[in-house]
Design a protein around this ligand. Structure first.
Ligand code: MEV
Length: 322
């Protein structure tokens, strides 16, 4: 028997980095880009294949701190089930180390497929908790925003230590995601911010507060369906991310190109120092903004849409379909 599960990518709309220090962030799923986990039962001992990273190994050969192996072992513990025999294959269309949540998406797909193989369904909160533990192996001190938005696959307002809130989307909002082609490790960017903050805590507290306030404002514009004002907060947020030292000339060029071609807002998204720029764009301007982004060295441009939606009543959500 075979099982299949998937998980979406994500972008941080507003609030990255400041969210690590307890300020709010807004994150939204990118359903258009997904990671997949397939589990084929067989008689052979459990093995993991991840062709994109050249991994093809029996689970028992992988060390405890290997993120994929950890994810499998921890999921089985939570599911109170033993290791099934068979092959787990992991694939993903989400570019790695580019701020789109590829690691968290892969982990989420693995947790879901193992739950399915065990004949169980885990609620998004439980999936998110397991993936958070894997994120700590990848990043050291994650805020938890990536695993939360990916497990829920809904726009969220996230603040460390508080229950995440599923957000309404008041009107359809369209984005272009421009991949700068520069890979960047979250651990590295977050570590640099931590060092600079230690050297000048008062300045960084002020900048983080500003970023958090933009996330609060952005939440209102997202919920009321005001793309123009939401776009403005994105431009402002990019300036703040520049001030904390996580943008690059390449990312700045992409933001300027989007702005020049008529985007309503644009900013780097995620950890920065590479990765992606997101642009809020009226679909009528998709072609001109996309070509400006490509002319400014974007190696790929993805389209995504957030459709109008409301948080589920009663709080419990169905898991996204594989
Ligand atoms: C990474 O997607 C977002 C950061 O704020 C790190 C984190 O929240 O863990 C840079």
């Amino acid at each position: 028997m075979t099982h299949r599960a998937s998980a979406c990518g994500k972008i941080i709309l507003l609030g990255e980095h400041a969210v690590v220090y307890g300020f709010p962030a807004i994150a939204v799923p990118v359903r258009e880009l997904r990671a997949w986990a397939d589990f084929a039962e067989s008689r052979s001992p459990f093995r993991i294949e991840a062709p994109a990273i050249g991994l093809d190994a029996p689970l028992e050969d992988l060390p405890a701190e290997h993120p994929l192996a950890f994810c499998v072992r921890r999921s089985l513990e939570i599911l109170h089930t033993t290791l099934p025999a068979g092959c787990l294959t992991v694939t993903s269309e989400i570019p790695v180390a580019s701020g789109l949540g590829s690691g968290a998406a892969v982990s989420t797909a693995i947790v879901r497929v193992l739950a399915s193989a065990a004949g169980q369904t885990l609620p998004p909160e439980e999936v998110s908790r397991i993936v958070f533990e894997v994120e700590r192996i990848y990043h050291g001190t994650p805020s938890g925003v990536d695993n939360t938005v990916i497990a829920h696959e809904r726009p969220i307002y996230f603040r460390r230590g508080l229950e995440p809130q599923i957000l309404a989307v008041g009107a359809a909002i369209h984005f272009l995601i421009a991949d700068s082609g520069v890979r960047s490790e979250t651990r590295h960017a977050v570590g640099g911010v931590r060092e600079r903050r230690q050297a000048d805590p008062a300045r960084y507290e002020g900048l983080f507060k500003f970023i958090g306030d933009l996330a609060e404002q952005g939440r209102e514009y997202l919920e009321s369906g005001d793309p123009e004002m939401l776009g403005r907060t994105m431009f402002e947020c990019h300036g703040m991310l520049d001030a904390i030292g996580v943008t690059t000339p390449g990312l700045d060029r992409l933001v300027a190109a989007a702005r020049g071609a008529g985007a309503l807002g644009a900013k780097m998204s995620g950890a920065g120092l590479g990765g992606n720029v997101i642009a809020l764009v009226d679909p009528q301007r998709f072609a001109s903004v996309e070509s400006a982004l490509r002319d400014s060295a974007a190696v790929a441009v993805y389209r995504m849409a957030l459709e109008p939606s409301h948080p589920p009543l009663g709080g419990t959500e169905p898991l996204p379909a594989a």
